[in-house]
Design a protein around this ligand. Structure first.
Ligand code: ATP
Ligand code: PAF
Ligand code: BAL
Length: 295
């Protein structure tokens, strides 16, 4: 695996691959790699001849300077973890390769960026959309792999790629969880042992709320009960616990179309996020009815 820090070096290599007719799969990360990231790398291998992993802790997507300062930076161990995975390039761009002097462009997505993490982290998705666009262009990606753990981010990136006619295919990959159900996340490293034990409650509460809604229970009551359950379990605050439609992320009060529960909650100074689909019989019937509609 080559470690490359300069755009020109990367592009010399991708140019050779292109001339040989090879396809390029790209996994974008901020480092502190775990099995969630590695599942994206495996998916990339199944779709592309060449695989690039990027590590760039993008300052423009951190609305909170303390969060940026505390973000784990573990390049050496990340490179070791990727060693056996047959990755062609680890691209760790110098900051000026992404934001050269005078950089003045922002890509801003409306609609799917509204609310949820977009509401609580002002500017976050502008930063994500801008850096993802740059990294996809710099790596010349044919396909790129995003985890459903960051479901709103996935929808934002889908929008950018569609709206800007980028040629990259976006592939969604399922959330990888620890044995106790906690969604893997680089920020889990900061929880500390007591909070780490408490953290899986978030997945259990999501599951219970999804069950209540699936069985036709009152959505507003299920969401409020879920919020309270997290606070009673010892979470410090709940940023949101919401039901949204699966693709455009509009707020829902019933689950009669494909829907998803979204949560963000604070535990021991760490903001955890998770989400879960809520399929009901009615939503399935609606989708089935659409499939047989005449075109
Ligand atoms: N548990 C997971 N399962 C599947 N994909 C994941 C998981 N965690 C992260 N990813 C994906 O890995 C990519 C890079 O994410 P990132 O480097 O921010 O890791 P992270 O663990 O999400 O870190 P953070 O603590 O910042 O949320 C994103 O597409 C993200 O959705
Ligand atoms: C997509 C991404 C690498 C952009 O910085 C980041 O938001 C992440 O790690 O999910
Ligand atoms: N994992 C998404 C990137 C972020 O939280 O900033």
């Amino acid at each position: 695996m080559k470690i490359i820090r300069r755009k020109s070096d990367l592009q010399a290599l991708t140019g050779n691959w292109r001339r040989a007719g090879e396809t390029i799969g790209v996994v974008l990360t901020m480092g502190a790699l775990h099995d969630g990231h590695l599942s994206l790398v495996k998916a990339a291998h199944s779709r592309a001849d060449r695989v690039i992993v990027t590590i760039f802790v993008n300052p423009r997507q951190f609305n909170n300077p303390e969060d940026l300062a505390k973000y784990p930076k573990t390049e050496e161990s990340d490179a070791r973890i990727l060693g056996p995975l047959d990755v062609d390039v680890l691209y760790v761009p110098e900051p000026e390769e992404i934001y050269p002097t005078g950089f003045s462009t922002t890509i801003s997505v409306s609609g799917v960026s509204d609310g949820l993490c977009g509401g609580d982290r002002p500017g976050h998705f502008d930063g994500v959309a801008t850096v993802v666009t740059k990294l996809l262009l710099q790596t010349d990606a044919d396909c790129t792999f995003f985890g459903e753990k960051d479901y709103q981010q996935l929808q934002v990136v889908r929008r950018v790629v569609a709206d800007l006619d980028l040629k990259t295919e976006i592939v969604a990959c399922p959330t990888v969880r620890e044995d106790d159900g906690l969604a893997m996340s680089s920020r889990n490293l900061r929880l500390g042992s007591e909070a780490r034990q408490m953290a899986p409650v978030i997945g259990r509460v999501l599951k219970s709320a999804a069950n209540v809604i699936r069985q036709g229970g009152n959505v507003a009551l299920a969401l409020e009960t879920a919020r309270q359950a997290l606070l009673v379990a010892g979470f410090d605050a709940v940023d949101y616990f919401e039901l949204r439609s699966d693709s455009d992320l509009l707020t829902l009060t019933t689950a009669d179309q494909p829907a998803r529960l979204f949560v963000a909650a604070w535990l021991n100074g760490v903001r955890l996020i998770d989400n879960m689909p809520v399929a009901t019989e009615r939503s399935a019937q609606k989708v089935a009815a659409k499939l047989v509609e005449p075109v």
